[in-house]
Design a protein around this ligand. Structure first.
Ligand code: GLY
Ligand code: MN
Length: 362
């Protein structure tokens, strides 16, 4: 039998948070064996863990070791002695210094080959509620973005708001303020305009221009439950050119097609390859850094990017998985367009967990 063990802070380890449903800033040891989840808390955390976490058993270090101040490797050794004949399995991000200490003590272990908690991919109904909630907060932020852009004045090719020229930084701060006011923390929000939008993760900087694509990608995490939402819309204030309309329409068509393909049993690789092929048929070639050169989507939950990934690797979709579908086109001379929604995989199709209009010319 396997003994899965983590030493981390749940603020940084979605796996540990999944077990205990409690955030602590400090690292602690937790393990799962024979269907029971254990946490070993220090005297600062023990009360919180006992009162608010979902662990089955909460121990103090002295419950395992007679030493006054046992080290983490000592405790792991004690745990292994308590559960002999179990295979110790560690996550890939397990601290390297502890790996060396375990090796030094001759403790046998293996490192997870990929996901440590594969069960995280299949979402429970209460997890879907949280992801939907995160996406609805993004919708409120998009409403504000649209209103600011629609009400802006175009002066000398730049967008002006009530308090002067509009910038990526201003829109980002408005978006993140709205998310925070509704219980979610948004970081690294993307508001990229013009040439900046040709790079998918360029966060954007400086003055917003009329008649250029503005890619807005918002991915806040709910403060209480830890779940993410992840949506992207592309806007343009002013008059799009024929070339811009065609590029936007191509991305929208591919997104609609890819979402229509989702159902249990479908290989995500086929959806990804079909998306690339569809762009190519419409005249949008892809190189390593232009065209459509990222994955079509990714799982989303307690991590922003988690399994399954909808890209070049084969993965048969399963009912209950939550994925994004986010095709995009990026060319330095034209800027970029990306559209992203969050979908629940069902037996016979996809259900939107995100919801916002695709009106883009403002
Ligand atoms: N929305 C950010 C990303 O998926 O990369
Ligand atoms: Mn995404």
């Amino acid at each position: 039998m396997t003994l899965r063990l983590i030493y981390a802070s749940p603020t940084h380890s979605a796996d540990l948070f999944y077990w205990g449903r409690i955030f602590t800033s400090d690292c602690f040891l937790a393990f799962e064996v024979e269907g029971q989840r254990y946490a070993i808390g220090n005297h600062l955390e023990i009360d919180e863990l006992r009162r608010h976490s979902r662990f089955d058993r909460i121990l103090l270090p002295e419950d395992l070791s007679p030493d006054r101040h046992p080290g983490t490797a000592d405790l792991i050794q004690r745990i292994c002695e308590k559960f002999p004949n179990h295979e110790l399995l560690l996550p890939r991000d397990f601290p390297a210094y502890l790996v060396l200490e375990l090796q030094g003590r001759g403790i046998q272990f293996s490192i997870a080959d990929g996901e440590f908690l594969p069960e995280r991919s299949l979402k429970f109904p209460e997890e879907l509620i949280q992801i939907r909630r995160a996406c609805s907060i993004i919708g409120h932020a998009f409403e504000a973005v649209c209103s600011i852009l629609e009400n802006s004045k175009i002066i000398d090719g730049f967008l002006h708001g009530d308090n002067g020229i509009l910038t990526s930084e201003f829109l980002r701060s408005e978006i993140e303020r709205i998310c925070f006011s509704e219980g979610a923390i948004a970081r690294e929000t993307i508001v990229s305009c013009g040439a900046d939008a040709a790079f998918p993760h360029n966060r954007g900087k400086g003055k917003l221009k009329a008649n250029e694509f503005i890619v807005v990608d918002i991915f806040p995490r709910l403060v209480e439950s830890g779940y993410y939402g992840d949506m992207t819309r592309t806007f343009l204030r002013g008059e799009p050119s024929k070339q811009q309309r065609e590029m936007y329409d191509a991305v929208e068509a591919v997104q609609r097609w890819a979402i229509g393909e989702i159902c249990a049993g479908k290989d995500g690789k086929d959806i990804h390859e079909g998306s690339v092929a569809m762009f190519k048929e419409m005249g949008y070639d892809t190189t390593h850094s232009t065209g459509f050169f990222h994955a079509t989507g990714h799982g989303v939950g307690l991590d922003l990017h988690e399994n399954p990934f909808i890209g070049e690797r084969s993965h048969r979709l399963r009912s209950g998985e939550v994925i994004t579908v986010e095709p995009g086109l990026y060319y330095p001379d034209r800027g970029g367009v990306r559209l992203e929604d969050v979908l629940l995989v069902r037996e016979d199709g996809a259900e939107y967990l995100s919801n916002f209009s695709y009106d883009w010319v403002l």
